[in-house]
Design a protein around this ligand. Structure first.
Ligand code: DOR
Ligand code: ZN
Length: 341
C-alpha cells in the first residue's frame, strides 16, 4: 500500500497552552486534525465558562481550521451551576478531573472526589463527559502503580455511584486500565497516546534518561505497552485517539527537574500510523483516529479526508517555540508514513 486515505481525524486530548506559542501549537494540530478537546490546565486554570469562552477566542484568533472543543478544570469548589453554564454555552464539551498534585498545573485540582459529587451528578444528568487523569497521588504509592490504584480506589467506586456517567479514562497506560474500560458500560471510553503505543519504560530509562519521553502517566513496562497495542488492534470502539501532546520548551524538559509531557502534534498522525503498522493493524487506524471519538462524544464524523503517503521522512530534531526551542516526539526518527501536503 502506497497511500492511505482516512476520514480526517480528531484529537480528543490536547494541550495547546496560551500566548505566543499558540502560533505553533494550533497550526501543528490543524495540519491533520479537524477538532480537538482542549485541556484546561493553564496558569491560572480554566475553571469557569467565561474563561473557556475567552480561551477559545484566543485559539480561534490563530485563523486555522481547527475547531477547539473546550473543557473546564474541576476544583473542589466547582458547582453544579457552573457545569450547567458550561453545557448551556454550547462551547464547553467536557470537564477534566485532575487529582490535586497528579501532574502539570494540577495543584488546584480535586483533593477529594466527594467534594465534586454535585458537579458529577450534573454531568451525569446532562450526558456531558467527565475526563479523568487516572492516577492516585499518595506519596506512598509507587509511580508505576498509580493508575491501577486510581481504578480500584476512585474510578470503580465513582462509576458504581454514578452508573450513567459518561466518562473518558484519559491516556491509559496499563493492561488494567484497558481491561477496566473494555468491561465497563458503553458510556466509558479511553484515549491512548502515540507514546504509550510506541514506547515503554526501557525506552525512557535504559542507556540514559530520555527526558523527551517523560510524560504522566509515565511509560510502563513492555507488557502494558503490548496490552494497549492488542486493544487497538482488536478494533474495540471504546478506544480512541488522544495525543496528550503537551509542549514544554527544551530547557524545561532537559532540566534537573524536567517537566512531564511529549510534544507529538507535529507528527501525530504519522506516529500513530507507525505504531499501527508495527502491529499490523493499519486497517484499524481510521476508526480509532476518526470514528470512535466522535461517536463517543455524540458528534458527527468528519466528512473530509487526509492522505498519508508511504514516504520515509525524518521528524525534525527541533522546532521554534515562541522565543524558545522545542523537541518534538520522535525527533530525528525516521517514519514510514507522511501526511500529504
Ligand atoms: O505528561 C503530561 N503532561 N501529562 C499530563 O497529565 C499533563 C501534561 C502537561 O500539561 O504538560
Ligand atoms: Zn493531558
Amino acid at each position: 500500500m502506497q497511500a492511505l486515505t482516512l476520514t480526517r481525524p480528531d484529537d480528543w486530548h490536547l494541550h495547546l497552552r496560551d500566548g505566543p506559542v499558540l502560533t505553533r501549537t494550533v497550526s501543528d494540530t490543524a495540519r491533520q486534525f479537524s477538532r480537538a478537546v482542549i485541556m484546561p490546565n493553564l496558569t491560572p486554570p480554566v475553571v469557569t465558562t467565561a474563561m473557556a469562552i475567552d480561551y477559545k477566542a484566543r485559539l480561534d484568533a490563530q485563523g486555522t481550521r481547527l475547531t477547539p472543543l473546550m473543557t473546564l478544570y474541576l476544583t473542589d469548589n466547582t458547582s453544579a451551576q457552573e457545569i450547567q453554564r458550561g453545557y448551556d454555552s454550547g462551547i464547553v464539551k467536557a470537564v477534566k478531573l485532575y487529582p490535586a498534585g497528579a501532574t502539570t498545573n494540577s495543584a488546584a485540582g480535586v483533593t477529594n472526589i466527594e467534594h465534586i459529587y454535585p458537579a458529577i451528578e450534573m454531568l451525569q444528568e446532562l450526558g456531558m463527559p467527565l475526563l479523568v487523569h487516572g492516577e492516585v497521588t499518595h506519596q506512598d504509592v509507587d509511580i508505576f502503580d498509580r493508575e491501577k490504584g486510581f481504578i480500584d480506589q476512585q474510578l470503580a467506586p465513582l462509576l458504581d455511584r454514578f452508573p450513567r456517567l459518561k466518562c473518558v479514562f484519559e491516556h491509559i497506560t496499563t493492561s488494567e486500565a484497558a481491561q477496566f474500560v473494555a468491561q465497563a458500560s458503553e458510556r466509558v471510553g479511553a484515549t491512548i497516546t502515540p507514546q504509550h503505543l510506541l514506547y515503554n519504560r526501557n525506552d525512557l530509562l535504559v542507556g540514559g534518561v530520555k527526558p523527551h519521553l517523560y510524560c504522566l502517566p509515565v511509560l510502563k513496562r513492555n507488557t502494558h505497552q503490548q496490552a494497549l497495542q492488542d486493544m487497538v488492534a482488536s478494533g474495540n470502539n471504546k478506544f480512541f485517539l488522544g495525543t496528550d501532546s503537551a509542549p514544554h520548551a527544551q530547557g524545561a524538559k532537559e532540566s534537573a527537574c524536567g517537566c512531564a509531557g511529549c510534544y507529538s502534534s507535529p507528527a501525530a498522525i504519522e506516529l500513530y500510523a507507525q505504531a499501527f503498522e508495527a502491529i499490523d493493524a493499519l486497517d484499524k487506524l481510521e476508526a480509532f483516529a476518526s470514528f470512535n471519538g466522535a461517536d463517543f462524544y455524540g458528534l458527527a464524523r468528519n466528512t473530509d479526508t487526509i492522505t498519508l503517503l508511504r514516504n520515509s521522512w525524518q521528524v525534525p530534531e527541533s522546532l521554534t517555540y515562541g522565543a524558545d526551542v522545542i523537541i518534538p516526539l520522535g525527533a530525528g526518527q525516521t517514519l514510514n508514513w507522511q501526511l500529504q501536503a
